[in-house]
Design a binder for this molecule. Structure first.
Ligand SMILES: Cc1cc2nc3c(=O)[nH]c(=O)nc-3n(C[C@H](O)[C@H](O)[C@H](O)COP(=O)(O)O)c2cc1C
Ligand code: SF4
Length: 227
């Protein structure tokens, strides 16, 4: 998206300049306090970031004094790439401000198009792990992996095998803020999140919350299968 052709655009070094400046300025304000940066290692779009460029960016981040890199993927315009799972068009048609401008009559057609273009690519679980592992080989600061991490056994595997230094989760803490406590106490081995993405879409208009209880049939199927 950066189309500049001055010192702030073009090659990776120039496009990284703004990040370098931000980190430099932030460091003067926070002192020793850790500065963590979340980056993409994959984007679906033509000319989007790929693993080779994200390795170069990760090296630049380390040199710039960043303390930790979190590896993600996707931009909003690509649809459900960052937060993979369902593409809930019923929620989109209720909550998205652009949809409000489209007459209801056209919603089924728009829904068809949205589901085709915005659907999540596969896989839906642990999808940033291969890229995070690759980045870890090229930097000495800790690397965090995010994206579709749901099972305690996967978390243990990632950490014990030193595939990454930390894992992070987003939607699992929306449905169960006390998930880590449940893991620690052996009460549960897996997040109850069904990746329906209603929370993501709902947040465009409403305070953040999990909507799974409003879809008990879907949830019941999941619970039967996993818990
Ligand atoms: C409601 C909501 C808001 C999010 N906002 C952002 C954001 O502002 N920036 C970002 O990089 N990722 C954002 N994400 C993506 C998450 O941080 C995370 O990378 C993604 O959901 C995959 O992790 P998960 O499978 O554990 O949910 C958001 C996710 C949700 C559900
Ligand atoms: S609404 Fe709840 S179950 Fe659905 S993705 Fe969000 S946190 Fe997970």
């Amino acid at each position: 998206m950066n189309k500049r052709n001055d010192i702030w655009g073009g090659n990776t070094e120039n496009r990284f300049r703004i990040v370098n400046e931000i980190i430099r300025q932030a460091r003067t304000r926070v002192g020793e306090y850790p500065i963590l940066v979340k980056i993409n290692a994959y984007e679906k779009s033509k000319d989007g970031i790929n693993i080779e460029e994200s390795v170069r960016i990760s090296r630049c981040l380390e040199q710039a004094g960043c303390d930790d890199i979190e590896v993600s993927c996707g931009i909003v315009e690509e649809g459900f790439v960052t937060s993979r799972g369902d593409c809930p068009f019923d929620a989109i048609s209720r909550n998205n401000f652009k949809m409000e401008k489209i007459p209801k009559f056209f919603h089924p057609l728009v829904g068809f198009m949205v589901k085709r273009t915005m659907a999540s690519p596969e896989p839906h679980f642990l999808y940033n792990l291969p890229h995070a592992e690759e980045i870890k080989k090229h930097v000495s600061i800790p690397v965090i992996v995010v994206g579709g991490i749901r099972k305690l056994k996967d978390i243990k595997n990632i950490i014990e095998q030193e595939r990454c230094d930390f894992v992070s989760m987003s939607r699992p803490f929306i449905i169960e803020p006390d998930l880590v406590k449940k893991f620690k106490e052996g009460r549960q081995n897996e997040s109850k999140c069904i990746n329906c993405n209603y929370c993501l879409i709902g947040a465009e208009k409403h305070p953040l919350k999990c909507y799974a209880e409003e879809y008990p049939e879907k949830m019941k199927k999941y619970l039967k299968k996993n818990i």
